[in-house]
Design a protein around this ligand. Structure first.
Ligand code: CU
Length: 129
């Protein structure tokens, strides 16, 4: 193989890896990670939707959702967690942390101000001691 062929093969492998990561990578990371302070933390990118749009946490532990709004579209300027009485303005190109402690298991939808963009917070029962 000459250098050009090797480059083509490497390019192909990188593309495949990116496709796999795009389709499967994010879903593996939807569970919020518990940090040293015991806060379940996860970043959410806001751009025409929420990514990830399905976030798993546990009940009874504080949650910090770091919403990064990567657009100026007015659709996404507000995020609403109706079940938790939370409504927040998200300034563009900034990270806005939303903190609360889900006290009960269940599936809770969060939306933009007009309920067009949707995501789901899946609250699992507290971990057995
Ligand atoms: Cu909207």
């Amino acid at each position: 193989m000459d250098t050009t062929e090797i480059m083509v093969v490497i390019g192909g492998l990188v593309s495949i890896a990116l496709v796999l990561w795009y389709f499967f990578g994010e879903r593996e990371h939807v569970a919020a990670q518990t940090n040293e302070s015991g806060v379940q933390e996860i970043g959410v990118t806001v751009k025409g939707g929420y990514s990830p749009d399905r976030i798993e946490v546990r009940a009874g532990l504080p949650v910090r959702l770091n919403f990064y709004r990567d657009e100026t579209s007015s659709c996404s300027e507000q995020v609403v967690f109706g079940d938790f009485g939370i409504s927040r303005h998200l300034p563009p190109f900034q990270t806005t942390a939303i903190e609360f402690t889900p006290d009960r298991p269940g599936e809770f939808t969060f939306t933009c101000g007009m309920s067009m963009m949707r995501g789901k917070l899946v609250v699992n029962p507290p971990q057995a001691a």
